[in-house]
Design a protein around this ligand. Structure first.
Ligand code: FDA
Ligand code: NAP
Length: 468
């Protein structure tokens, strides 16, 4: 950062990031590294707004023993800049664990260790991020007949009636994943999505004989099943899913190439029918797919219980929950066995929905910019190879949506595999846009915009509602 002024004193940001998960942390690092290689005048001004009070990455799923599903070499930087000081290896070095990690002979660190790595990286970027800031809306700002800027409206949870406005030339929305909950199911203190697992378990009264029902057959469901079975030695755990068995995640060499940086371009430029075909072929690398070692471990446990008893781990395969009926102290599930049509009723103290996630729809944040963003026949935002949304011709400001464009950029879109390369691509795109414009500092003061002062300022208008 050197002697750049703090972001709050700057009128216009070159980049405002929505969210400070791994995707935008990788971008923040790319910007930092760019800034340290250019003169102060050419440095980009960036700020990232994160609604959590502090950095956190899937905290509710930091289960004991859970490991990453991506090589540590696909960290925040290494594929883009192997000599970066933000690499996982640099982190290990600072923690005095490098040699121990080498002896461990694994490419897949513990998830809690990776969380620590991400937190370490985020901590080094503290002057670029504002926590406790939820972005609610984007509003167009017209300059000389084009939408040259975007006002980013955010709110601090502690100050619900006061929104803050910051002005940007480019907005990068990396809002991540939101839990998918089956239609008609309401989450409450006895029905959870796995995203909240550890927080919910911490608040659970200690009754030894619980019955947990876990819905789903993906990595989350398998991990939750294993965790509950281990942590509550008297509890019964039922796993309910419509597959016949848990399917292993395919991470073999050739198939793994679908996560390579080059695959993104090939996927992006392929005809739509080919994109759909490739997504279908390779769904099993990521969705409804479980690490093989974990499948083997769960199988070993059920077999051992068959031999020795007592039976407390149950797999209701090829089964569908037809309805969830709330009870005063739990849930009654009406379950149909699909091959036979046979029905059974199961009463659960706790239901954990490990029913997956969907990418948060950037349109929930786009707000006032939504009508300037182009939508394809498939109803999806039209997005460029550089992750920028196609906008109306009268818009020169950039909106980028990394993580929310699997339909255009392929299966790695929501994952960690490509975030370092993608950050470099977005940075390159932002810089190319800047080259086409006059220097921001020179034109910013002249922006006609109602009677509002240069941002950041507290928005005097009625408060907007959070959109997601
Ligand atoms: P991420 O969700 O991490 O971050 C988005 C951030 O935006 C959040 O911090 C959120 O609070 C913030 N935000 C959202 N809306 C906002 C708003 N309006 N205003 C301000 N802030 C806002 N992938 C992989 O490749 N390898 C792996 O091992 C794993 N492991 C894994 C484990 C578990 C339990 C899950 C659920 C998922 C994974 N994933 C994964 C996939 C996962 O998507 C990936 O690890 C990253 O979280 C993607 O990073 P992002 O920054 O895109 O989203
Ligand atoms: P997922 O792979 O999408 O699996 C969701 C499961 O829920 C599937 O089995 C699906 O059924 C089922 N399901 C969906 N809707 C349902 C409904 N309405 N009723 C009943 N069942 C329903 O989700 P995930 O396991 O949470 O994994 C999501 C992502 O997070 C993946 O990228 C995964 O790799 C990642 N993750 C990584 C780790 C790790 O790093 N170790 C841990 C957890 C998650 P079908 O089987 O019919 O599709």
């Amino acid at each position: 950062m050197g002697d750049r002024p703090p972001t709050a004193e700057l009128g216009v940001h070159d980049v405002i990031g929505v969210g400070f998960g791994p995707s935008n942390i990788a971008l923040a690092i790319a910007i930092e590294e760019h800034n340290s290689s250019v003169s102060a005048g050419a440095a980009l001004r960036a700020v990232f707004l994160e609604r959590q009070p502090r950095f956190g990455w899937h905290r509710g799923m930091l289960l004991d023993g859970a490991t990453m599903q991506v090589s540590y070499l696909k960290d925040l930087v290494t594929l883009r800049n192997p000599s970066s000081s933000f690499s996982f290896l640099s982190y290990l070095h600072t923690q005095n664990r490098l040699v121990d990690f080498i002896n461990h002979k694994t490419m897949f660190p513990l998830r809690c260790e990776y969380h620590d790595y991400l937190e370490w990286a985020a901590g080094r970027l503290d002057d670029l991020v504002e926590y406790d800031s939820e972005v609610l809306d984007l509003r167009p700002v017209v300059h000389e007949g084009v939408i040259a800027y975007i006002d980013v409206i955010s709110r601090r949870p502690g100050q619900p009636d006061r929104t803050v406005v910051r002005r940007a030339r480019n907005v990068v929305i990396a809002a991540g994943l939101a839990p998918r909950v089956p239609d008609g199911v309401v989450l409450d203190e006895r029905t959870w999505h796995n995203t909240d697992l550890l927080h919910r378990l911490a608040a659970l009264p200690t009754t030894p004989r619980q019955r947990f029902v876990v819905i789903g057959a993906g990595q989350s469901a398998a991990e939750v099943t294993e965790h509950l079975h281990t942590r509550f030695p008297q509890a019964e755990v039922y796993a309910v899913f419509s597959r016949y068995g848990l399917s292993p995640a395919d991470n073999s060499g050739f198939v793994n190439q679908i996560f390579d940086p080059d695959a993104v371009g090939e996927f992006y430029h392929a005809p739509e029918s080919v994109r759909e075909m490739l997504l279908t072929y390779h769904r099993g690398t990521n969705y409804s797919a479980v690490d093989l070692d974990l499948i083997d471990e769960l199988y070993r446990r059920t077999y051992q219980e068959k031999v020795r008893g007592p039976r407390r781990l149950h797999f209701l395969r090829a089964s569908q929950v037809e309805s969830y009926e709330k009870l005063p102290d739990g849930t009654r599930l009406h379950i149909r066995h699909l091959p036979t049509g046979e029905k059974r009723v199961l009463e659960a103290d706790i239901v954990v929905l490990a029913t997956g996630y969907h990418a948060r729809d950037p349109r929930k944040v786009l707000g006032g910019m939504d009508s300037f963003c182009l939508v394809g026949q498939d109803g999806q935002l039209q997005v460029g190879r550089d992750y920028s949304v196609d906008t109306t011709p009268d818009t020169s400001a950039g909106i980028y949506i990394p993580g929310a464009s699997e339909y255009a950029h392929g299966i790695s879109s929501s994952l960690l595999s490509n975030i370092s390369i993608r950050a470099g691509e977005i940075l390159g795109s932002v810089l190319r846009r800047q080259d086409l414009e006059a220097p921001l500092a020179a034109i910013a003061p002249g922006i006609p915009h109602a009677s509002l002062p240069d941002p950041p300022y507290l928005d005097p208008r009625p408060n907007a509602q959070p959109q997601n």
